[in-house]
Design a protein around this ligand. Structure first.
Ligand code: KG4
Ligand code: ZN
Length: 374
């Protein structure tokens, strides 16, 4: 079966085609392309929804041409998977509109996909080729198609979703069953990284920049000045919720009050990263205990953060929990995660919408995980 997947929920326009046999555990990536709008939004310090829409509209036909080539190749596509939420409404609509058009013209069924479910599936994907890549490089005539398979997930599982728009703990008693057990009461963790970076004068997106600075901070011989210590919000709140807006305000206040040279800034970024990691780890550990979980699945753009990855791995090793965290190429938004989710739906006998039904798909900017199709 061939699935064409389209992702336009935020500031990446991404399309891919995967190929698989129903019932198998692995798929081959035929094409996988992405245009990032980061440079465009950077000027404004964040993502502007209407500019994102304009860019998606410009990029979609270019990428579609790259993956499909001749229009007659649409005939070999068995289903389209498109992100229908959550995300920025104008951005989501661009992917949905083009999907509807292709679906109607070539009579192709459609899987509307929840972006956060995509992040969960992306985390459990393992690359089959990583060990073969060296061999093929030696004989470069051969083109190596990327092949992925789903790692085995033992349930119950907990999923920690950390991105620019989400900070959520999800309980999964089985595959495709999602219950939200904790969430941020205000800012998402990625949003906090982005705002703190802006306050310190670093470019958008803030996560990678803060992370780089924090790494340097860890190498600095001096220690953090007492007045630059940051709070760990809701660490002892006795629930599984988070709050990052107070932490962000605390950063802003200190930046206004104290003169920070580069070395102090590095230490301050380390303190911010530590504060975020402390809270995420404590709450996730509580969730794992409370639900007797065997697996932890971390997904979303912030999972690219090295420090969070290391600390979570250590915690899972100590607790005997299997950790899935996405490969770097799969941590931020991409189309492969949307295709992989549709593949999982096929294997779980979830039916795609037919061409007529697919014309009613709507963008759902606040789409929840609790009611995805299963
Ligand atoms: O999942 P994603 O690509 O888009 C959304 O669905 O939101 O996540 C983007 C977020 C941004 O806030 C970005 O700053 C953050 O992920 N991010 C990071 C890192 N790389 C990306 N945050 C912390 N450390 C990183 N290395
Ligand atoms: Zn995302």
């Amino acid at each position: 079966m061939k699935i064409l997947a389209i992702e336009t929920s935020c500031d990446e326009t991404a399309i891919c085609i995967i190929n698989f046999r129903k019932g198998s555990n692995s798929f081959t990536v035929e094409k996988n392309v992405l245009i990032s709008q980061i440079e465009i939004h950077r000027e404004y310090g964040g993502v502007y929804p209407h500019m994102a829409k304009r860019e998606h509209i410009k990029n979609l036909p270019i990428l579609l041409e790259q993956v499909i080539g001749d229009e007659k190749n649409f005939k070999s596509v068995d289903a389209i998977a498109v992100t229908s939420g959550p995300g920025l409404s104008p951005a989501l609509w661009t992917g949905i509109e083009i999907t509807k058009k292709i679906s109607a013209e070539y009579n192709i069924p459609v899987f509307p996909i929840n972006h956060m479910e995509g992040h969960i599936y992306a985390s459990t994907l393992l690359n089959k080729n990583s060990s073969k890549i060296k061999k093929v490089k030696a004989n470069s005539k051969k083109e190596l198609k990327q092949e992925y398979y789903f790692g085995e997930v033992k349930y119950p599982a907990i999923s920690l979703l950390i991105s620019g728009g989400h900070t959520e703990l999800i309980f999964m008693d089985k595959e495709m069953s999602y219950k939200k057990i904790g969430a941020t009461l205000d800012d998402a963790v990625g949003e906090a990284f982005d705002k703190v970076a802006r306050t310190l004068g670093y470019p958008y997106p803030g996560g990678p920049e803060i992370s780089k600075r924090a790494e340097m901070g860890r190498k600095v011989a001096s220690t953090l000045a007492e007045e630059l210590r940051l709070p760990r919000p809701m660490l002892h709140s006795n629930d599984l919720n988070f709050s990052f807006s107070g932490l962000k305000t605390s950063v802003i206040n200190k930046v206004e009050k104290y003169e920070l040279d580069n070395e102090k800034k590095d230490l301050f970024c380390m303190e911010f990263e530590n504060a975020v990691t402390d809270v995420l780890t404590k709450k996730t550990r509580e969730a794992l205990y409370l639900y007797n979980a065997k697996t932890l699945i971390i997904g979303g753009g912030v999972s690219a953060n090295n420090h969070i990855r290391n600390v979570m791995q250590k915690m899972c090793d100590e607790d005997g929990v299997k950790l899935y965290i996405p490969g770097r190429e799969l941590s931020t938004d991409n189309a492969l995660m949307i295709a992989a989710t549709a593949f999982a739906k096929v294997n779980n006998n979830v039916l795609a919408l037919n061409m007529l039904e697919s014309q009613n798909i709507k963008a759902e900017p606040n789409m929840n995980l609790d009611n995805v199709s299963k």
